[in-house]
Design a protein around this ligand. Sequence first.
Ligand SMILES: NC(=O)c1ccc[n+]([C@@H]2O[C@H](COP(=O)([O-])OP(=O)(O)OC[C@H]3O[C@@H](n4cnc5c(N)ncnc54)[C@H](OP(=O)(O)O)[C@@H]3O)[C@@H](O)[C@H]2O)c1
Length: 333
Amino acid sequence: MVKAIRIETHGEPEVMKLIDVELPAPTANEVLVRHTAIGINFSDINVRRGGFYYPEPMKMPLTPGNEAAGVVESVGSAVTEFKPGDRVGYVGMHGPFYHFTGAYAEKRIVPATRLVHLPDNVSDRQAAASMLKGMTAASIIEHMYPPKKGDVILIHAAASGVSLLLVQWVKYLGASVIGTAGSPAKAAVAKAHGCDHVILYRETDFVAEVKKIVPEGVSAVYDGVGKDTFKKSMDCVRPFGSLVNYGNASGHVPPIDLLDCASKGSLSVSRPAVSFQIAKTDDLRRNCAHFFDLVGRGVVKVEISKTYPLVDAVQAHRDVEAGKATGSMLLIP
Ligand SMILES: NC(=O)c1ccc[n+]([C@@H]2O[C@H](COP(=O)([O-])OP(=O)(O)OC[C@H]3O[C@@H](n4cnc5c(N)ncnc54)[C@H](OP(=O)(O)O)[C@@H]3O)[C@@H](O)[C@H]2O)c1
């Protein structure tokens, strides 16, 4: 028996209960992983609340969570790349994140094709706090708008999980960063991680503030906030610039008229989904190796602002929904 968070129905954080579940032995191509750290991601909130993703109903009961690090306990008969005692991590299973959750547990059976080895210079906690967010940052930086020297990038909610990695990665690539933040404390975190300017976007008009810094507009906007920021962000981008919406922390982005992209200067608009960045095992492992190299060399620092015992998942979700997080937060089994 292992302890796992279960939900029987969508709802408020209190629908999550810690229960005992039975785990079968791994089949031929599976691995039993004992979790040492579990990543908390906004997608966990969306899965728990329900109604965010496509209208396919989620199979209940379910255990939330897409990301964890830990130690291999046993392997199936056909597994050759992993052995008991190996340090491993995973992010997402095969397919969409809302269908194959299950990380909020002491242990989990994982297909070997979804596991990566953790390098010695990346701790379990760093890995669990950064793989999903780091792969999201990679999908934006590599596929949506790769920042170049001389670019200015506007990154919303710059002290939040994905954004704080983006800030550091963009700076490393030689571009400048304007961040937005919801409080002076978050602004300080964003600055400490490399933001050249931070705008308190709940108190000031961020479009006017951006225009004061770069009158011609920014090269690109990376927006994980969505509903509250997306349309105004269209006015922050220079001609032929790019607006990347990667998240909806404040709610769904309203529909846009494509002609607005023309009138606002031949703007490109995109919406990445991280699961495509890591759908194939080779891509997953190559992307993780590249990201872990940045983390291991200290180019990208993984800020873990808070850890919670697994039993306190309810409180962790309340804190994420209240926007209290900076960087990443973990559940510890
Ligand atoms: N496209 C993908 O594949 C992908 C992958 C990973 C994450 N995401 C999405 O990206 C978004 C950010 O993820 P994350 O892990 O960086 O989240 P996070 O660390 O929890 O940060 C979210 C931040 O958004 C801001 N915010 C604005 N309005 C909010 C509201 N109504 N409720 C809560 N927060 C609000 C807050 O910052 P301030 O206080 O500074 O405003 C908050 O700290 C989420 O929507 C997530 O689902 C998408």
